[in-house]
Design a protein around this ligand. Structure first.
Ligand SMILES: Cc1cc2nc3c(=O)[nH]c(=O)nc-3n(C[C@H](O)[C@H](O)[C@H](O)COP(=O)(O)O)c2cc1C
Length: 362
């Protein structure tokens, strides 16, 4: 249940961290979109751990297309995309099978599925399932490109370190040039150091990713249960470790006056625009034509080397847990492309609902 998302551009996620593969089935993708395996691979590579800051799992993460693409074009049939799991070491998970990691989904998964869940590597709750999300994002981005929509995401905070805001060109240019996926290259170095320090201390760090969608036309989204922000937030909350999503001025709007927070209208180059964008490009759940701006809070990785209190759920007694194995010290850098993917998938679905993308591309 609940492994599918979207109404017309539908994605269905499958796979577990230490099973054979993780992947996605896309149903509803128009026929005639040129797709090569490299298009998918390029996006999947962006999710690979950056040098020295992430998990030691060193998989190549090779994406494969199993169906729905023929002679280099989508056929209109379901597209099955997957990434094989090759570099698997489940030994640490066998040892802590009955010792739920504080902050992870081990406890809720065990209780809900009566211990039948594949616990290895976090199973269905692993960040690894987002490799599948990214493959879907690759196709969604290509479709959005046809109607002039561009989706960007970048790290704006890691631990207590905040990046300086940068313009669109610097974002496009810099984000994938550094291990933490930050547009501010100077601060990126500090972020890398902070992650290395947390690692030394057997700890982890969280942070904030900002996503932006440019070229979104006015009118995507439906009142009241089909709002663009509601569905986009749902897609972003599907990313493990995401604990907060805010649009535009978000939570800070609560402390502002209307006169500060209202985006006043003006005419620029014959177009109605707003002077500021505190609404994050969405008014009444409907895109306003201004850039969609969303911020995603990612918690610090729960699997840390420091000893923590837990319980042995089989023997019903207290226990101390030291998590070993291969874990990201900070999830943020790897989640950046995942945020892009989930924004793109949502926008693609809404663009199709609005009839902006035809069923056959010619
Ligand atoms: C790209 C990515 C990588 C992740 N890597 C790890 C990891 O190495 N160790 C870990 O404990 N959690 C990791 N997570 C987060 C857990 O999967 C997540 O915290 C857990 O499923 C509990 O869900 P929740 O945090 O959303 O409540 C990762 C998440 C993502 C998106």
């Amino acid at each position: 249940m609940e492994n599918s998302l979207g109404k017309l551009f539908t994605i269905t996620s499958f796979g577990e961290s230490h099973g054979r593969c993780v992947g996605i089935i896309i149903d509803g993708c128009p026929a005639g979109l040129p797709i090569a395996e490299e298009d998918i691979q390029r996006e999947v590579d962006k999710r690979r751990p950056g040098a020295n800051i992430s998990t030691k799992r060193v998989e190549e993460d090779k994406a494969e297309i199993l169906s729905g693409i023929f002679n280099g074009f989508t056929t209109g049939a379901p597209i099955c995309l997957l990434v094989w799991n090759n570099d698997i070491d489940s030994s640490e998970y066998e040892k802590m099978r009955f010792l739920p990691r504080p902050g992870h989904a081990d406890y809720t998964a065990f209780m809900k599925y009566g211990g039948f869940n594949d616990f290895r590597g976090g199973g269905r709750f692993s960040g690894r399932i987002t490799a599948g999300f990214v493959t879907a994002g690759a196709i969604a981005k290509k479709l959005l490109n046809i109607i002039g929509i561009e989706v960007l995401a970048y790290t704006i905070q890691i631990g207590g370190i905040k990046a300086e805001p940068k313009g669109i060109d610097e974002i496009r240019e810099n984000v994938y040039k550094n291990a933490v996926r930050c547009a501010d290259l100077r601060t990126a170095e500090e972020m890398v150091e902070a992650i290395a320090k947390a690692k030394e201390e057997g700890d982890s760090l969280g942070g904030i990713i900002e996503g932006m969608a440019l070229g979104v036309p006015i009118g995507l989204g439906e009142p009241v249960f089909g709002t663009l922000e509601g569905d986009m937030a749902k897609a972003l909350f599907a990313i493990p470790a995401v604990k907060g999503v805010e649009f535009g001025s978000g939570f800070s709007a609560a402390g502002k006056r209307g006169s500060e927070n209202n985006d006043q209208f003006t005419i620029r180059n014959g177009r109605i625009v707003t002077v500021t964008n505190n609404a994050g490009g969405i008014l009444g759940g409907i895109s306003s034509g201004m850039p969609i701006v969303v911020r995603v809070a990612v918690k610090p990785t729960s699997s840390i080397a420091k000893p923590q209190e837990t319980v042995d759920i089989k023997q019903m007694k207290s226990a101390t847990l030291v998590v070993k194995g291969r874990h990201d010290i900070c999830i943020v850098p790897r989640a950046v492309v995942v945020v892009e993917a989930m924004m793109a998938v949502t926008l693609c679905d809404f663009a199709m609902r609005a009839g902006l993308i035809p069923r056959v591309l010619k």
